[in-house]
Design a protein around this ligand. Structure first.
Ligand code: AKG
Length: 289
């Protein structure tokens, strides 16, 4: 582990651009081993195929279809397709939704995104094949409940100009929706996978900070649950990851505090993503959103 200038012994956020995934076939092991925090993979999906979808998105998915679990906090009003709520706290469900509500939503929205992408684009297959390139030979499988119901494989996320995602982590195995899945996973961390489908004119970059939820004195606001962005900016290293259409990042989202910069200009930022983890035995990669 390399140190960083303003936090001796602290974390180095490490970003790579890869033309060939062969260069990093064990990236997920590296993330789990705390040797790598974020990996950017350029052109993991074909930008032309993605552009064919994003250019028609407003017609294909009218505004009313997008879930807006943070609508009461306009600056963080990320819109979702593919599930009613993410597997994280939101402003409408600060402790996340129940497992039943989560699985109901996954069932109701099953196939929504595949229909949007059309028959020529095997969405789930592409995600699984891409993640497998970094999985050290492990199979990649969608999470399922004990009674066989599928979790949502991914969500499409639209951030309108003026919105941002505040500093947070995604280590949320204590939420009720993880009551079944959590104990089956290697919970040393949790990894976010995010493909960029549309880049805003400016802003919308991923910022990853050299501080974790367990760093002593990691700065919080007096309310005790929000991170103190000004203090974090002042005291810790920040790596800014700027993704182009088709790029993928894999991020140690359970470990690294991170945020998304405010989207600027007239074009929304559109991403497709979810989470993944090793199963407890370390034999498989399990993913969900
Ligand atoms: O949309 C993004 O780039 C990041 C979303 C996020 O915070 C995550 O996936 O952990």
């Amino acid at each position: 582990m390399n140190g960083i200038a303003n936090e001796p012994g602290g974390r180095l956020v490490h970003a790579d651009d890869l033309a060939a995934s062969a260069a990093r076939p064990r990236a997920l092991d590296e993330i789990y081993a705390d040797e790598l925090d974020v990996l950017r993979v350029q052109r993991a999906m074909d930008p032309a195929a993605i552009g064919a979808i994003t250019s028609r998105l407003d017609a294909l998915a009218p505004a009313a279809q997008w879930a807006r679990p943070n609508r009461t906090m306009p600056i963080q009003d990320v819109q979702l397709l593919g599930a009613d709520a993410p597997a994280t706290p939101t402003y409408s469900a600060p402790r996340g939704v129940t497992l039943e509500a989560y699985l109901d939503s996954a069932q109701r929205h099953e196939g929504d995104l595949q229909r949007l992408f059309g028959p020529g684009f095997d969405l789930v297959g592409r995600i699984e094949r891409t993640l497998a390139l970094f999985a050290g030979g492990r199979p990649v499988r969608l999470a399922r409940s004990a009674d066989g119901r599928a979790y949502a494989p991914c969500t499409l996320r639209r951030m309108a100009p003026g919105t941002a995602i505040a500093i947070h982590h995604d280590y949320h195995y204590d939420l009720a929706l993880y009551q079944e899945l959590g104990p089956t996973l290697d919970r040393r961390t949790l990894v976010s996978y995010v493909f960029t489908l549309q880049r805003p004119e400016s802003g919308g970059e991923l910022d990853v900070y050299g501080v974790t939820p367990t760093t002593p004195d990691a700065p919080k606001l007096p309310n005790g649950f929000q991170w103190d962005a000004a203090a974090i900016e002042a005291r810790y290293d920040r790596q800014r990851i700027d993704c182009d259409v088709g790029d993928l990042f894999l991020l140690a989202a359970g470990r690294c505090l991170h945020s998304v910069a405010k989207v600027e200009g007239s074009r929304p930022r559109i991403t497709l993503g979810g989470f993944l983890a090793f199963d407890k035995a370390g034999d498989e990669v399990v993913y969900w959103s």
